[in-house]
Ligand binder design. Structure first.
Ligand code: PGA
Ligand code: ZN
Length: 421
């Protein structure tokens, strides 16, 4: 293997799927291998996530990344130069040490995750291995089951409906290739039904159809109809997955459902969601209650933990410590794994391990602000996460990830196995 000391590390400003600036990091190693990665950005962020460092002010809506790029050039690069790229943990610990805050507010979680993932790519390149294979080593891996948005809502659609993601999980698929085809049919049929009912109004931030609905239930009804119209059986071929993202419309146990002009307490939310789980073929619910509302979250988990997947996103923020605490408290049975919530590859992996140690399922996830970067597709396979959430089935920042998994499935050949099948 070529030598793997970091000889150059640089950042540049690139642009994400919302047309906002973001940080790209590029690393060169002594043996000539290079690696590159781009930080994504959330819009419905958990309050305990690593800080997404922005310049503020009037320019670019306050989203500028000059400070982040200065941090990369002036502080991170001098510290990491000469270090071994294959010692990912050392690299990440050096940055954590340099930042020295709980929230990565000095260097920026966006700066750090771009560097951390770029180093990982460079190390894999030096081994002449695709990233997923470098991560897996000799271990068997499975292709992740995708969960794919059909309607976008919440913070990704100007609050047009309260619920953030109405998604399809192709539970009846036997391969990733088949999974893509099944979801493509549902996406097309949902668009056609929206058009026929005069409700077609473009797409939301992650490419799902814009939710021109009068109630949250109307979106669920439409999703069921779209699955049936595509000649598939809801709950058998395609399961419904919801990201409630309840922290976006609920604070301190009060939930304001704008669309239905109702205010609910935590118990009311549990009852509302229970009625949906009982009526619709729902197999997974993310953030059913707010990040600051653990008691009803526990009640909901107790009620449904045996029958559906209950994912924590804002509630857990890809933190090993929060995951372990939630597992002890009986809240959630699955974790969303978002690298930029943690801020480094090492901490992201620790969160995944914490979830796994609790017997939980794990879902590697993109953010609503994305780019052509496909690192998460490799993490989902290489770490054998079991599931992958990338947004919808449109727009190339989403399709780039799905297409990358198709390539990995092809590379695995006969050994490719779709998780959950
Ligand atoms: P994001 O939300 O806008 O913060 O990326 C995605 C999610 O809630 O899963
Ligand atoms: Zn979420």
């Amino acid at each position: 293997m070529a030598s793997t000391k970091i000889t150059q590390l640089a950042g540049r400003r690139v642009w994400d799927s919302r047309g906002r600036p973001t940080v790209e990091a590029e690393v060169m190693l002594s043996g000539g291998a290079t690696g590159r990665a781009i930080a994504p950005a959330g819009a419905s962020r958990g309050m305990h996530e690593a800080i997404d460092l922005r310049d503020g002010g009037d320019d670019l809506g306050g989203f500028g990344v000059e400070t982040a790029l200065d941090n990369l050039a002036d502080r991170i690069a001098p510290r990491l130069n000469g270090m071994e790229a294959t010692d990912q943990e050392d690299i990440d610990l050096a940055m954590i040490d340099l930042d020295d805050t709980d929230t990565k507010s000095k260097l920026g979680g966006n700066t750090m995750i771009a560097v951390s993932m770029a180093v990982l790519h460079a190390a894999a390149a030096a081994h002449r291995l695709p990233l997923w294979r470098y991560l897996a080593g000799d271990a068997e891996v499975r292709i992740p089951m995708p969960e794919i948005q059909i309607f976008g809502g919440g913070a990704h659609a100007g609050g047009r409906v309260d619920i953030q993601d109405f998604m399809a999980i192709p539970i009846g698929a036997e391969s990733f290739d088949e999974a893509m085809e099944m979801v493509a049919e549902v996406y097309i049929s949902a668009g056609r039904l929206m058009s026929e009912s005069g409700k077609l109004a473009g797409v939301a931030d992650e490419g799902g159809w814009w939710p021109e609905f009068d109630t949250n239930e109307d979106a669920l009804d439409m999703l069921v109809r779209a699955i049936e119209a595509a000649d598939m059986i809801p709950g058998e071929d395609i399961g419904i997955s919801l990201d409630i993202a309840a922290s976006e419309f609920g604070k301190l146990g009060r939930y304001t459902l704008g669309l239905e002009k109702r205010e609910l307490d935590g118990g009311g939310m549990v009852d509302l969601l229970s009625s949906w789980v009982d009526r619709y073929p729902i197999v997974s619910i993310e953030d059913p209650l707010g990040e600051d509302d653990p008691d009803p979250f526990r009640i909901f988990t107790q009620r449904y933990s045996d029958s559906i997947q209950i994912i924590g996103d804002d509630f857990l923020v890809t933190s090993a410590e929060r995951i372990a605490r939630a597992a002890d408290a009986g809240i959630c049975n699955s974790a969303l794994i978002k690298p930029n919530q943690a801020g480094t590859v090492t901490e992201t992996r620790a969160a995944l391990d914490a979830a796994r140690n609790s017997g939980w399922a794990t879902v590697v996830s993109a953010r609503s602000g994305e780019t052509e970067d496909v690192t998460i597709a490799h993490l989902a396979v290489g770490w054998d996460a079991g599931q992958l959430k990338v947004g919808s089935f449109a727009r190339s920042e989403r399709m780039a990830k799905w297409n990358e998994v198709l390539r990995i499935e092809e590379a695995l050949g006969d050994r490719a196995q779709l998780a959950g099948t």
